[in-house]
Design a protein around this ligand. Structure first.
Ligand SMILES: Cc1cc2nc3c(=O)[nH]c(=O)nc-3n(C[C@H](O)[C@H](O)[C@H](O)COP(=O)(O)O)c2cc1C
Length: 195
């Protein structure tokens, strides 16, 4: 079957939602808290669906559910900060992933250059404006233009896997002959690299 036929086949109605969640939960990700300022108040939500998109121009993406109150606030403000979470920020993540009315109670933060909240203790932050918004079923796919970023830190990231928080020890077991390629993939920017 060609890729075209696969994309067009069926309505998706035959996909069992529980199996969908379980299978997709096998895909381990980092976790972010995406924030903005709305009506002078800080707003934010836990977001796993974050990714680097483009180096030139510098773009990232995230996917908020259409029901997200935080997304409605980001759409109004036109700007957001991505806080990449460190291993120690599990409880902060759980709070921002809930319907808690005052998610920022007891949370230390400072404003980014564009004014969006940077949570103290985050592993990295990326300061963005909303570039474009695309329909994604029951979610939107939001492209953001990167304006500035944090310095590099050495703490370990918080991970989300099979519906649970976890962490990772850096693995130095990549065979030496491939380690240089891996390093180049992460650091080189030219026409034939992905990012
Ligand atoms: C680890 C984790 C990852 C999440 N990833 C997303 C995501 O990618 N997109 C999304 O819309 N909601 C995601 N959520 C759920 C939202 O954080 C949650 O629905 C939040 O309560 C929305 O709040 P809001 O209505 O204030 O925006 C995630 C939650 C957790 C705990």
């Amino acid at each position: 079957m060609s890729a075209h036929e696969t994309a067009g086949a069926g309505t998706g109605a035959e996909i069992d939602p529980r199996q969908f969640r379980t299978v997709l939960g096998q895909f381990c990700t980092g976790v972010t808290i995406i924030t903005t300022i709305d009506d002078d108040a800080p707003v934010g939500f836990a977001c796993q669906s974050f990714a680097a998109l483009s180096l030139d121009p510098p773009l990232v993406l995230f996917c908020p559910t259409k029901a997200s109150r935080s997304w409605a606030a980001i759409e109004r403000s036109g700007r957001f900060a991505v806080n990449v979470l460190a291993e120690e920020q599990q409880s902060t993540c759980a709070r921002f992933g809930s319907r808690e009315p005052d998610k920022f109670a007891g949370i230390d933060w400072t404003p980014s250059p564009l004014g969006s909240p940077i949570l103290t203790g985050s592993l990295a932050h990326i300061d963005c404006t909303v570039e474009t918004v695309h329909d994604g079923g029951d979610h939107y796919v939001v492209f953001g233009r990167v304006h500035s970023m944090s310095e590099i830190k050495t703490e370990r990231p918080l991970l989300f896997y099979r519906g649970q928080y976890t962490g990772i020890e850096p693995d130095k077991t990549v065979p030496a002959k491939w380690r240089d390629d891996l390093e180049a993939f992460l650091t080189t920017a030219n026409e034939d690299t992905w990012l």
